[in-house]
Design a protein around this ligand. Structure first.
Ligand code: HEM
Length: 461
């Protein structure tokens, strides 16, 4: 039975009743796509091949270091049951130019964004000129090797094994080091100090069962992340996913200044001041959604995700907030993010070390202005319909979801000319006078689009 990507039920990956094609899919799919792999420590190697045959041999030689999605899910189950440590994550992505260098034809790939490459999409995405990107992103990137684990040691050891396989004709154009950032309670945060990675589309039965909800359905069909691997021996059983990688530098000082200025402009004092930042993000720093609460929930309270924006025209969570622009969820079973197939699986990691405490209230002047940020990564079945749509049609569009909403205050790119109005308090019926939008504090420093092929393809090289 062909793999049903549109099945309305979450995938019971460990069911004895699984059909042969779905089993083959799980045995040949790379991990970290259907379920996030632990990646507290990460190394991303950007590779350029000088010789196609050598490139094919290198990619094939990586297979013994990799595991399947099924193996990963078994490791997660064993960890949850018996705290048994899993093995490192090794993932491989190939760019359009990479496939051409390997001697493949890319006509069977259907995604136009992938087939153009990120450099040629810079106008669509309002990205900086390629000459302003970091040097290693300016060249022809053919492949990416992602290595991740819970601590730096297994990552370093695996990285050494990967590099030992690299042929003389290939070179590492550059390397990114991801390092998880956590707040005082141990929650994963991004550099502006907010809990991140909480809201995800879930594909698997055990994950969906662990997140019951009455206002938001976190289940999404496999069609949101899987694409047939067109070059694999059996594309009906062998699947992959499109990966977007973007290095997004965060000017933390400027963002903190923007939060303070907005709090001043809206007249917030005392315990109300954190509302300003929450209005930009859509959640307080500890993850409490503004849709549900006007104050951060007590520490120890699980970070909530069971909400939709139905019945909130923007009095609680402004329509311009980052999480509302990026996921408009207007009902339990979703809105455009589901009907248009936009929701993607975010798998990013922070980069750059901090000496300050990103979650506290220390003055903006003590915050870094660069050198830290997010290695934004997400898996898509269509880069055009998911990542690009979110960035271009929602985040960069001042008229989404309604006229004069403004850019996404966190990731929006392009001139921020429109003035915006905010609620003057949580659930406030009164709106402020039009305000200048907060300045852009996230800068794209480079990136690329990749396809993460099936293990069956890599073995066939
Ligand atoms: C959620 C920050 C880049 C799309 C979030 C959250 C934070 C955050 C704090 C809330 C946590 C959660 O709900 O999981 C950032 C920062 C970024 C960044 C600091 C850049 C430096 C991006 C990009 C996109 C994106 C480039 C897509 C184009 C999303 C989506 C959600 C989200 C879809 C989930 C919203 C929801 O389901 O409620 N982000 N983000 N983010 N972000 Fe970002």
């Amino acid at each position: 039975m062909p793999v049903d990507l549109t099945n309305g039920k979450p995938l019971a990956w460990d069911s004895a009743k699984l059909d042969a094609d779905t089993k083959a899919m799980l045995d040949n799919l790379q991990p970290n796509i259907l379920q996030a792999h632990v990646r507290e420590s990460m190394s991303l190697l950007l590779v350029q091949f000088g010789d196609g045959a050598d490139g094919r041999r290198f990619l094939r030689a990586l297979v013994p270091l990799m595991k399947s999605a099924r193996k990963h899910l078994e490791e997660v189950r064993d960890f949850n049951r018996a705290k048994k440590r899993g093995t490192p994550y090794v993932g491989v992505g190939i760019s359009k130019l990479g496939y051409l260098k390997l001697g493949e034809s890319t006509t069977k790939f259907t995604d136009n964004a992938f087939k153009s490459g990120m450099k040629r999409r810079k106008d669509t995405l309002s990205d900086p000129a390629v000459g302003a990107w970091e040097k290693h992103y300016q060249g022809e990137i053919h492949a990416i090797v992602l290595i991740g684990d819970a601590s730096p040691e297994p990552v370093a050891a695996t990285r050494t094994r990967v590099l030992a396989l690299l042929p003389k004709t290939a070179k590492i154009l550059g390397e990114e080091k991801g390092e998880g950032l956590r707040d005082a309670q141990g929650r994963g945060i991004e550099h502006f100090g907010y809990v991140d990675g909480r809201s995800q589309p879930l594909f698997l039965a055990d994950q969906v069962a662990a997140e019951p909800g009455t206002n938001w359905n976190p289940f999404f069909p496999l069609s949101h992340v899987l694409a047939a691997d067109p070059l694999a021996p059996h594309p009906s059983r062998h699947f992959g996913s499109y990966l977007v990688l973007r290095k997004l530098e965060q000017n933390v000082r400027a963002f903190r200044e923007a939060e303070e200025s907005l709090a001043d402009a809206l007249g917030f004092t005392g315990d109300d001041r954190p509302l300003a930042g929450a209005m930009l993000v859509g959640r307080f720093r500890n993850g409490t959604p503004l849709r549900l609460h006007g104050r951060p929930s007590a520490e120890g309270h699980p970070v909530q995700n069971d909400f939709s924006y139905r019945d909130d025209p923007g009095a609680r969570c402004p329509v311009s907030a980052h999480i509302r622009k990026a996921n408009p969820r207007d009902s339990r079973d979703g809105g455009l993010e589901r009907s248009l197939g936009v929701m993607m699986a975010r798998r990013g990691q922070t980069y750059g070390r901090r000496t300050d405490k990103p979650w506290d209230d220390a003055p903006p002047a003590t915050r870094p202005t660069g050198g830290v940020g997010l290695l934004f990564m997400a898996f898509n079945s269509s880069l055009q319909a998911q990542f690009e749509f979110t960035q271009q049609t929602w985040a960069d569009n001042p008229d989404f979801p309604a006229g004069n909403t403004g850019h996404d205050p966190v990731i929006g790119q392009g001139e921020r000319e429109v003035k915006v109005r905010f609620p003057t308090g949580w659930d406030g019926k009164k709106l402020s006078a039009p305000q200048k939008q907060v300045p852009q504090t996230v800068t794209m420093k480079g990136g690329e689009y990749f396809f993460m092929p099936s293990l069956a393809y890599l073995k066939s090289l």
